[in-house]
Structures are given as structure tokens and as C-alpha cells.
Design a protein around this ligand. Structure first.
Ligand code: OSB
Ligand code: MG
Length: 373
């Protein structure tokens, strides 16, 4: 593939309601979108780095800088045959996985269009529909929390994930279980607990949760493995899994029994597929996490979720849960049975609304290959 130019842009997009986790609240997103132009086509990528370095050490600003100074020039002067060649090209840059992922995924997006195959198929997926869950943020009151659960169940979602933290956990699970004893329920602590909270975390077993996501430190395997020994509820790791080797270590140490895969967190589609395959070979189910993506990232998550071992409902939900107006067309919709149909048309299967993006853009930069002598 000939790459002609890369464009970075920042857009601002307010969430329809604030999203609160144990590490903070997001009201408006600053989103870095990348456009990779070549072969007369445009591949898009959605960088999932946050406004602050709270979920991971990257932010939209570090991603911008490293794309502008390092990754962009590397990609702009390359002629990659395939999206799978991008990680090798970026290898000398340590870390910055969310920045790498946005560019790599844009190349896969472009490649799927060029080859006229659905992105899901290019990634090796075969599911025609994917099962969807929702991640519900910490609410200002228990009453509001129950109302949110009720709304999402009515919309058909197959699994409810509650964000939790010390002081906002068992009392919430109790209230939800009281009203809905049978639903598939999980929780996500985003590293809010410590090993000394083990006795408390053991109480979570009472609520028959499908999993407890990332209870301890974002960089830990060992203490999660100690905690898992005490819990009946499976631990799912999110933040801790940066790549395939991490997945192997976590599985080997029994730090978790389920893995959340996010493209951005592991550095792009190639590594996401590698984590998926490693888990599959060891009988560990995976599901696709979310990072409050726009429709572009969401369409990529749908394609990834079509791989076989994505056997648990993901945090891939409808556009309207996040945005008044999404930047793709049609918007992502979820059926009354809590499923999304995987597009079977070439590329990502959703058009990008470039006029809307242009209006939302607050900064833009072009990266081209350096002229060769
Ligand atoms: O830990 O899964 C997480 C959002 C931002 C950062 C981290 C997480 C989340 C979510 C939201 O849970 C998932 C989504 O619906 O996009
Ligand atoms: Mg999580």
C-alpha cells in the first residue's frame, strides 16, 4: 500500500452523560482521530488515550506528540503490504501503545477497503453478530444506579457491568441483585483495591458475578494471583494486559480466568489478535472492552469482536449511549436481544461523516514522507 499522507486531528465531543470510574469523571471527550491516506482511499483510526493519564500513562497529548515526531514519519515513508506489518515498523518506539494502535488500525481499515473485504474478515473473524453488554459508570445515588440498570436491561443488553470502588460496591451489588436476581452481572474496579482489601473482596462472591475486572494494581499479576486463590468469582484483567506475553504470564500464574481485550491498550489489531489466540489456545475466554470510543473505534471493536474466542458479551454498545450525534453513518445500533450485526460490506461497514468531523475539529496536522534526494 502506498501511503500518501497522514492527518492527525483533535475533535471535542460531549458525552450524553458524565462517565464516572474509580479514577475520575469524563464529561467531554477530547479525541484524536487519524486519517491514513493512500491508494485513493482513507483509513481511519480512533486513538483511545484519555484526556488525563489516569487509565494508562498515555494521554491524547502524548499520543499526538509521538505520532507527529516518531510514528507518523515512520509510517508515511513506508509501503506496508499489510496491517500486520505495522508493529515491526514501530518496534523501536517503546510503549505508546494507544498511539501505535490508532495508526495501525487505520492501515487495516484502509487495507480492508482496498481489498474490498469486510474488516472483520480481514482480521480473521467469523461471527455474524456479536453479543453486547454495557459498562455503567458510578452514579450519584443508588436510586440513579438502579434506574440506569433498568434502562439498559430494557434496551436488551446481555450483561451489566457496574463500575465500583471502595464505598460503592457491595451495597450496590446487593440492591441490584435484590431486584434482578438472575441477570448476568459483573463489576470493574479499575485498580481501586489493595491486597489488604482481600477479606472485603471475598464478600463479592455472594453476588454471583460473572467476573471482577481489574481489582488491584494496573501493573500487577502476582497479587491478583494471590487474590484469585481466595475468590470463587473469576478475575478479569484489563489494565494489566499490555500484550501477548502478559496474557501468557497472567494465565500461567492464574492471575485471571478471563481477559478483556482493548485494541488501544495492547497496541493495535495485530497484538489484539495475538492475545486472543494465546487465550483461546489455553481455554481462556476473552471479550472486547471499550474506551468511550467514537463510531470509528466502535466499528473497529465490532470487527475485532467477530473473532471466535470473543465468547463473552463485550462493552461494545450503541452510539446513542455515548453521543448525541456519532461521527459515523449509520450509527451503531443494538438489537432488542442485545446484539450488533457485524457488517459484511467492504471495509469498516460504516461511513465516516467527514463534514461533521471537520466542524468538530479543534486542531489538525499533516504528516508526509520526507522528500527523498
Ligand atoms: O475500564 O473498561 C474500562 C471507559 C474508560 C476507561 C476504562 C474503561 C471504560 C469503560 C467504558 O468501562 C467502556 C465503554 O462503554 O466504552
Ligand atoms: Mg476495565
Amino acid at each position: 500500500m502506498r501511503i500518501d499522507a497522514i492527518y492527525l486531528r483533535e475533535i471535542r465531543l460531549p458525552l450524553v452523560q458524565p462517565f464516572q470510574t474509580s479514577f475520575g469523571t469524563t464529561t467531554e471527550r477530547r479525541i484524536l482521530l487519524v486519517e491514513v491516506r493512500g491508494e485513493g482511499l482513507v483509513g481511519w483510526g480512533d486513538c483511545v488515550a484519555g484526556e488525563h493519564p489516569y487509565f494508562s500513562d498515555e494521554t491524547i497529548d502524548t499520543a499526538w506528540l509521538v505520532m507527529q515526531q516518531e510514528l507518523g514519519p515512520l509510517l508515511a515513508s513506508a509501503e506496508p503490504e499489510h496491517g500486520g506489518k505495522i508493529p515491526g515498523m514501530f518496534r523501536q518506539v517503546r510503549g505508546h501503545r494507544m498511539a501505535k494502535a490508532a495508526l495501525e488500525n487505520a492501515v487495516w481499515d484502509l487495507e480492508a477497503q482496498m481489498k474490498r473485504v469486510p474488516l472483520a474478515m480481514l482480521l480473521g473473524g467469523s461471527r455474524e453478530v456479536i453479543d453486547c453488554g454495557v459498562s455503567i459508570g458510578i452514579q450519584p445515588s443508588l436510586e440513579k444506579q438502579l434506574a440506569e440498570v433498568e434502562k439498559e436491561l430494557a434496551a436488551g443488553y446481555q450483561r451489566i457491568k457496574l463500575k465500583c470502588k471502595p464505598g460503592w460496591d457491595v451495597k450496590v451489588f446487593e440492591a441490584v441483585r435484590d431486584r434482578w436476581p438472575e441477570i448476568t452481572l459483573s463489576c470493574d474496579a479499575n485498580s481501586a483495591y489493595r491486597l489488604k482489601d482481600s477479606d472485603h473482596l471475598v464478600n463479592f462472591d455472594e453476588f454471583s458475578l460473572l467476573m471482577i475486572e481489574q481489582p488491584l494494581w494496573a501493573d500487577d499479576f502476582y497479587f491478583h494471583s494471590m487474590l484469585q486463590k481466595r475468590l470463587e468469582t473469576p478475575i478479569c484483567l484489563d489494565e494489566s494486559i499490555r500484550n501477548r506475553r502478559d496474557a501468557l504470564a497472567a494465565i500461567e500464574m492464574e492471575s485471571c480466568r478471563i481477559i478483556n481485550i482493548k485494541c488501544g491498550r495492547v497496541g493495535g489489531f495485530s497484538e489484539a489478535i495475538a492475545v486472543h489466540n494465546a487465550a483461546q489456545e489455553r481455554g481462556v475466554p476473552v471479550w472486547c472492552g471499550g474506551m468511550l470510543e467514537t463510531g470509528i473505534g466502535r466499528s473497529h471493536n465490532i470487527a475485532l469482536s467477530s473473532l471466535d474466542n470473543f465468547s463473552l458479551p463485550g462493552d461494545v454498545s450503541a452510539s446513542k449511549r455515548y453521543w448525541k450525534e456519532d461521527i459515523i453513518e449509520p450509527e451503531v445500533e443494538v438489537s432488542p436481544t442485545g446484539q450488533i450485526t457485524v457488517p459484511d460490506t467492504p471495509g469498516r461497514g460504516f461511513e465516516v461523516r467527514t463534514d461533521l468531523i471537520e466542524r468538530l475539529t479543534v486542531r489538525k496536522e499533516e504528516i508526509r514522507a520526507m522528500a527523498m534526494a
